[in-house]
Design a protein around this ligand. Structure first.
Ligand code: CA2
Length: 146
């Protein structure tokens, strides 16, 4: 069975606990539980990593090579700054879907730039936690034999 690694970046561990008016009341644990249930229905294995540290995220991407068939990444604010994360994704040559809870294109100008989108097969933003499930659907179309 194909395995997908879902990576979440800085501050996403605070989901549901702070600023619910911006990011909603769903916690990261809630998102991981709904991803696990959805992946099971799709016939995918799934693992999760959250880190507030850029190097730890890069290490997790490197470790995914040979272990996972695809990546789902919400890199938080590193999306808009990290050439290193972009290079890490490019280096492992795994299909990656970029997810954001909010519509980054409707927010401040500095959020309109995504280095990760340059190495993503696609970007899903603005649909809240459902975006993670949409990313799994997109990957299942590629990874799960029909
Ligand atoms: O919309 C998204 O998913 C973002 O990746 C979230 C990032 C933001 O920097 C990106 O521009 C868009 C921020 C995540 C911070 O999450 C928090 C959750 C609760 C309280 C404070 C921050």
């Amino acid at each position: 069975m194909s395995s997908v690694l879902v990576l979440n970046g800085p501050n996403l561990n605070l989901l549901g606990q702070r600023q619910p008016e911006v990011y909603g009341s769903t916690t990261l644990a809630d998102i991981e539980a709904s991803c696990t249930a959805h992946a099971s229905k799709l016939g995918l294995e799934i693992s999760f990593v959250q880190s507030n540290h850029e190097g730890a995220l890069i290490d997790a991407i490197h470790a995914a090579k040979g272990t996972h068939a695809a990546l789902v990444i919400n890199a938080g604010a590193y999306t808009h700054t990290s050439i290193a994360l972009m290079d890490a994704v490019a280096s492992v040559e795994l299909p990656m879907v970029e997810v954001h809870l909010s519509n980054i294109h409707a927010r401040q100008a500095f959020r309109h730039v995504s280095y990760l989108s340059k190495v993503a097969i696609g970007q899903i933003c603005g649909f809240g936690p459902r975006g993670y499930l949409m990313a799994l659907d997109a990957l299942a179309d590629r990874l799960v034999p029909s």
